[in-house]
Write a protein that binds this ligand. Structure first.
Ligand SMILES: NC(=O)c1ccc[n+]([C@@H]2O[C@H](COP(=O)([O-])OP(=O)(O)OC[C@H]3O[C@@H](n4cnc5c(N)ncnc54)[C@H](OP(=O)(O)O)[C@@H]3O)[C@@H](O)[C@H]2O)c1
Length: 339
């Protein structure tokens, strides 16, 4: 490898994960005006990367592209006009570029040794936070923080049922709801995931491949009170959509909230409006991760109040295998890559 080239995980055309190629001769980006180049120390995958590889309607990804939204590293080079930053500063990158859109989708992303990002995407990393922990945060934990903390949807004593609790967003929702003093019901598929969720502090775990989570919650939290609209859970975290939507509405009590940030299993589920008006439900949408969410999370990690759940740390050579594990639902928490 010459001095001016780097290794990177590149998507050449949409399709399956086999379309990702590890290249060794990608040019190291230069720091143009208003931008810096980061030496990437850690990056992490999200389900969003799978959508990017497959291709999403209405999103024209400029191919070939280096994938990966989330990254943390050190500043390697600084472009003209950038102030307040020095080479070697430890930074977390907000994946959203204000002009072009998401890194790893509209601009080259973090699954590489170096990445160019706009100076206003930089967030200073506090001492005591590792690059792996920081890189685990932006898209998944940032959005979970927005759903629960920024939108102030969970209070002490609430019963919070989390679907997909084993994933990136899901594990963070479990941790943040526990931190808020809630009683957490974590739903995931398979015994080993349930064991890990118990260890993370979930009060109840449900294997929703075997147990109907909605019926379970109604039975446990007051079937007799359903007539007065008081039996049920306070909050359902649902980024799955599909056939989990109506059952989520069905197990909420009056004034309950459904927190939504995605729809892994389908964005146009069957609806049942009767539950929404009868139980005076609120549907709370959350989209992405603003600097305030990422700064709040970094503070929680630095104060040792929150430890991001990292399943695997892989070298760039094995990065595509990590994304395959996410696609096959064999991950508990995040997959981090250290280029
Ligand atoms: N709007 C935003 O800004 C934003 C930000 C972040 C994420 N999201 C969305 O939130 C969702 C979760 O993202 P993530 O990165 O946390 O994903 P992830 O790490 O892959 O976790 C998703 C979890 O959902 C469960 N699941 C249920 N049905 C599934 C299905 N049909 N296919 C795959 N998994 C299924 C899986 O757990 P089990 O196998 O245990 O069921 C999996 O662990 C995605 O739809 C993503 O696009 C949106």
């Amino acid at each position: 490898m010459s001095a001016a080239t780097m290794r990177a995980l590149v998507l050449e055309s949409h399709g399956g994960l086999e379309n990702l190629k590890l290249v060794k001769d990608r040019a190291i980006p230069t720091a143009t005006a208003g931008f810096v180049v980061i030496r990437v120390k850690a990056s992490s995958f999200n389900y969003h990367d799978i959508f990017t590889v497959r291709g999403m309607p209405g999103i024209n990804v400029p191919l070939p592209i280096i994938i990966g939204l989330d990254m943390a590293g050190e500043i390697f080079a600084i472009g003209e006009g950038v102030e307040g930053w020095r080479k070697g500063d430890r930074v977390l990158v907000n994946p959203l570029n204000k002009q072009k859109g998401l890194l790893g989708e509209m601009m080259d992303g973090g699954m590489a040794e170096y990445c160019r990002v706009a100076a206003d995407q930089l967030i200073r990393m506090p001492a005591g936070v590792s690059f792996e922990e920081a890189a685990a945060l932006p898209a998944a934990y940032g959005t979970a923080h927005r759903m629960i903390v920024t939108h102030d949807t969970v209070k002490a004593g609430d019963r919070v049922l989390v679907l997909g609790a084993s994933g990136g967003v899901g594990t963070c929702c479990v941790l943040l709801a526990k931190l808020a003093g809630a009683e957490v019901i974590a739903c995931a598929g398979g015994e080993s995931k349930m064991q890990r969720l118990r260890e993370l502090g979930a009060d109840h775990v449900i294997d929703y491949k075997k147990v109907n989570f909605s019926k379970w919650a109604v039975e446990k939290y007051g079937k007799p009170q359903r007539r007065s609209y008081e039996g049920g859970v306070d909050v359902v975290v649902n980024f799955t959509g599909g056939d989990t939507w109506v059952p989520s509405l069905r197990c909420l009590k009056r004034g309950g909230r459904v927190l939504v940030c995605g729809a892994t299993a389908g964005f146009d589920p069957k609806e049942d409006l009767r539950y929404i008006w009868t139980f005076e439900l609120r549907i709370v949408g959350s989209n992405s991760f603003y600097d305030e969410d990422l700064i709040g999370l970094l503070r929680l990690v630095a104060e040792k109040k929150l430890k991001p759940v990292i399943d695997k740390v892989l070298p760039l050579e094995q990065a595509a295998d990590g994304l395959r594990l996410i696609e096959q639902r064999e991950v508990l928490g995040k997959v981090v890559v250290t280029p």
